[in-house]
Ligand binder design. Structure first.
Ligand SMILES: [Zn+2]
Length: 496
């Protein structure tokens, strides 16, 4: 038996003013055929899990297509059309398939098609017919749509955020495919979509209020006939009709049971909706807390490190990565050894023209738009310029192994703020990002990570405390401040 493998992964933030282009995919991942296996088979990623699960079940994996770009604006229409052309040409080349394993992200938006995942999965269903099982995975930051459900037999979301079970989730989908093809089960799925969205700050699966919900979902897996279930946390930064949180249950050919159990989970979400509103800690309070906390323990000669999570400039949620709100606040402090990474290709060029040890005034960050703070102007000393490539071998959020920041400069302000300047936007999912530029993360007392939950998987190795900070930007903690046009109404927490 032959099972095709297809992945199209993009988390699209429709509030970002610039689109995601084909170049963004080409720079990161856009491959067909055997190259899919070469790039992903060993990764802590669901596609790696597909290959593993199929191999264990002695089913031939047929790699077809894989594309991924760092979260950013909606995908440009022409780029989306081109991706589909490449995908379906590769599917044609793959020959006859008994089943297809798919890895949509679930929050992909093109400029033309708001529900891009539902759209390409429907085209795939049309192409292969109703008899061929299409099973796959979802990022829990998906906005689940009726079209995604109709086009697939079963979707399984990762169970962790930060996402550390991506590979296991892929293995699970492949095992379900094997059982389906052997005629042991016939998966059917149903969802509940209560009119609510979970605050991104409350989406850490190991913490309250997510934990009790996942415990209920875990227990449900023991019921007879249940093949899988998923909590779809949702991605509040996509202005689409299906934006929101959902529950999804897959059973063995028992649609009423799937619907009843999905409704139970959906009703839990709805009853507990007030618990899923975030704290929204302001910048001043967060920075003061970090300074006082790290100083108090330094007196006791204990080294303690704080991580400030820059919610408004969350690179993994589509933000530009050059937000300066926390850079300004940290620069105002005296003698606090702190770190921030900013996407700023212009500043990198400026530093490359100088020598290590040179010191000069420069503006860094705040250049993409006027939503993420003004550039920070200060006197900086050049510490070094680097190639910016690094490799992460541990399971980290996103399941990615190879990273490329482009030419990367490290400078330090007179006040003790170390700034890493990159030529490409890279989310802070690995401490190798610092180490590849000769920076020891344990040298800092306060480190900024531009994310909400995802960076914790890497940063908890060196940070004792995490503070999620309500900074301005297109991934603002407070979703009710975003200018939605297409979301459902009424919807919690927008309409209380
Ligand atoms: Zn995610």
């Amino acid at each position: 038996m032959r099972v095709g493998v297809i992945a199209l992964l993009h988390e699209s933030n429709t509030f970002v003013s610039q689109p995601t282009t084909l170049r963004h995919f080409e720079e990161e991942l856009l491959v067909t055929g055997d190259a899919v296996r070469t790039r992903l088979a060993e990764a802590h990623h669901e596609v790696g899990g597909f290959f593993q699960g199929l191999q264990e079940a002695k089913i031939q994996a047929v790699p077809v297509f894989a594309a991924r770009a760092t979260p950013f604006g909606a995908i440009e229409s022409v780029a989306y059309s081109r991706l589909l052309e490449i995908l379906f040409a590769a599917l044609e080349d793959a020959g006859a398939l008994d089943g297809i394993l798919v890895a949509p992200h679930g929050a992909t938006v093109s400029e033309e098609v708001l529900d891009a995942d539902g759209h390409w999965l429907s085209l795939l269903r049309e192409r292969v017919g109703a008899e061929t099982p299409i099973l796959g995975t979802l990022d829990p930051h998906a906005n689940l749509s009726p079209a995604m459900l109709a086009a697939t037999n079963a979707l399984i979301a990762y169970r962790t955020n930060p996402h550390l079970d991506q590979r296991e989730c892929g293995v699970q989908a492949a095992q379900l495919m094997a059982r389906t093809l052997h005629g042991e089960v016939w998966p059917v799925q149903a969802a509940a979509t209560p009119p609510m969205a979970i605050d991104i700050e409350r989406q850490c699966t190991g913490e309250f209020p997510c934990r009790p919900l996942y415990d209920i979902a875990d227990r449900m897996l023991d019921l007879p006939g249940v093949l899988s279930n998923s909590i779809v946390l949702g991605f509040p930064y996509a202005d689409v009709p299906e934006m929101g949180s959902a529950a999804l249950v897959v059973t063995d050919d028992n649609a009423p049971l799937a619907q009843r159990l999905a409704n139970e989970l959906g009703e839990y979400l709805w009853r507990h909706r007030w618990e899923f509103i975030g704290e929204h800690l302001d910048i001043e309070t967060a920075v003061n807390r970090a300074v006082l906390g790290s100083k108090a323990l330094q007196v006791a000669e204990e080294s303690v490190r704080y991580c400030l999570l820059d919610m408004g400039d969350n690179v993994g949620g589509g933000s530009p990565g050059d937000g300066t709100a926390l850079a300004h606040a940290l620069h105002k402090l005296q003698h606090v050894n702190s770190f921030i990474c900013l996407y700023d290709p212009q500043a990198v060029q400026r530093v490359e023209a100088a020598c290590v040890g040179d010191s000069f005034p420069m503006q860094v960050g705040g250049k993409t738009d006027d939503l993420h703070g003004k550039p920070l102007e200060a006197r900086f000393t050049v510490l070094g310029v680097y190639g910016g490539r690094f490799r992460e071998t541990q399971p980290r959020h996103g399941g990615w192994t190879e990273f490329d920041m482009g030419r990367t400069a490290v400078v330090r302000s007179d006040n003790g703020l170390t700034v890493m300047l990159t030529s490409r936007r890279v989310a802070p999912f690995s401490l190798e990002q610092l180490r590849c530029c000769n920076l020891d993360p344990t040298r800092f007392h306060i480190l900024v990570a531009k994310g909400v939950n995802a960076p914790i998987a890497a940063y908890r190795d060196v940070c004792d405390h995490f503070l999620r900070v309500n900074t301005p930007g297109v991934t603002t903690a407070d979703m009710t401040r975003l200018p939605f046009q297409y979301r459902r109404r009424p919807m919690f927490p927008f309409e209380k």
